[in-house]
Design a protein around this ligand. Structure first.
Ligand code: AKG
Ligand code: FE2
Length: 357
């Protein structure tokens, strides 16, 4: 019997091998190195990205003028609130989500402990060149000529293999906390998925089973204090590939979303809230009704920022196609999840255009 491609296999089969896979030893840096200086327009192989770090055309909007909705998951009209937020913004912050706050605190403490290890210790868990998990630079790095002010650690399934390399005698607690968090994230993502289907006025019964058997990956992110944040980028603009991302950020600003006609808007950290982002596969599934959210992270001069993203998506051999009523025209062709991940690995944000009908 043929074995299924796992999410880490799908990410491993990439044509883009990063030239720089080792993050900077940020602790030892006093001035921003040339390798990390970004200009407004940074070309890369397949497209030009407007970074607008200090753009004159796209002002930095204060949160009060345009705020991303904050939604109580227990609100009686949650379907309407989530539907409106996803249609207008492709993102929202969720409160009352039943993920215990002490678990989130534990995850954050472990993330801080990991990234505060000495550089040579972190390198023991370095992602292998064609690998998907472990310590390393951002997955989208090969698309850009400049490096990001970021280091990451990716977990797909169990973290045990890499955690053992970091803490040979004390890896279990890290793994247990990450496992527990992934389980909680999976059930929260499931609940949000059902709300999204209702918001699209689709019955759960017509939704393909794979939507309810989705799996996830955990991405731990660290953005150390940066000597010149106006010239650096924490994470370059991108959209997330899978259905949904659920993100915890520590108490430090940095995440921004691009809103057409407005500019980059900060998603402020709110104690106890989690950020939910619509990803490309949900955009396809909703037939474009929910926009996939284009986001980036800007570094901070004074504070070390951490975030933890849970990416929720169908198994790699599922076929995703717009769930549309008979009278509607599908705006995307059906695509197997692993094919889409492969397209994204090569074409980044152009991948969606390649499957438009
Ligand atoms: O650090 C953040 O707030 C965002 C991280 C992110 O966009 C990602 O991991 O894909
Ligand atoms: Fe992202």
């Amino acid at each position: 019997m043929a074995t299924q491609t796992t999410l880490s296999d799908a990410y491993r089969n990439t044509h883009h091998q990063p030239k720089h896979i080792i993050p900077l030893d940020f602790e030892s840096i006093i001035d921003l190195p040339e390798s990390h200086v970004w200009t407004d327009q940074c070309d890369h192989e397949t497209q030009t990205v407007d970074l607008s770090l200090e753009s004159e055309t796209l002002p930095q909007i204060s949160v009060n003028e345009h705020s991303i909705p904050i939604i109580d998951l227990m609100a009686p009209n949650v379907v309407e609130l989530v539907g409106n937020a996803c249609q207008e913004w492709g993102t929202f912050q969720v409160t009352n989500h039943q993920v215990p706050s002490n678990l989130v605190d534990d995850v954050e403490a472990h993330v801080r402990r990991l990234f505060c290890l000495p550089a040579e210790q972190k390198l023991k868990a370095l992602r292998v060149p064609d690998g998907a998990t472990g310590y390393g630079v951002a997955r989208i790095s090969p698309f850009f000529s400049k490096l990001m002010w970021h280091e990451g650690f990716t977990i797909m399934g169990s973290a045990v293999e890499h955690a053992k390399q970091l803490w040979p005698n004390q890896y279990e607690e890290f793994c247990d906390v990450m496992d527990n968090y992934q389980k909680k994230m999976n059930s929260l993502a499931y609940k949000i998925m059902i709300i999204l289907l209702k918001a699209l006025q689709l019955e759960e019964t017509i939704a393909p089973d794979y939507l309810f058997q989705s799996v996830g990956a955990l991405q731990l992110n660290s953005y150390p204090r940066c000597p010149n944040p106006n010239l650096a980028i924490g994470l370059a603009p991108h959209t997330d590939s899978l259905l949904l991302t659920i993100l915890h950020q520590n108490d430090t600003n940095g995440l921004q979303i691009l809103q057409e006609g407005i500019g980059w808007i900060t998603v402020p950290p709110i104690s106890g809230a989690l950020v939910v982002n619509i990803g490309d596969l949900m955009h396809i599934l909703s037939n474009g009704y929910f926009p996939t959210v284009y986001h980036r992270v800007v570094p901070n001069e004074k504070r070390h920022r951490f975030s933890v993203g849970y990416f929720y998506g169908p198994s790699t051999e599922s076929i995703v196609a717009p769930l549309v009523r008979v009278s509607d025209v599908s705006r995307f062709r059906p695509v197997m999840v692993k094919e889409y991940i492969g397209l994204k690995n090569v074409h980044l944000e152009k991948a969606l255009d390649l499957i438009r009908t």
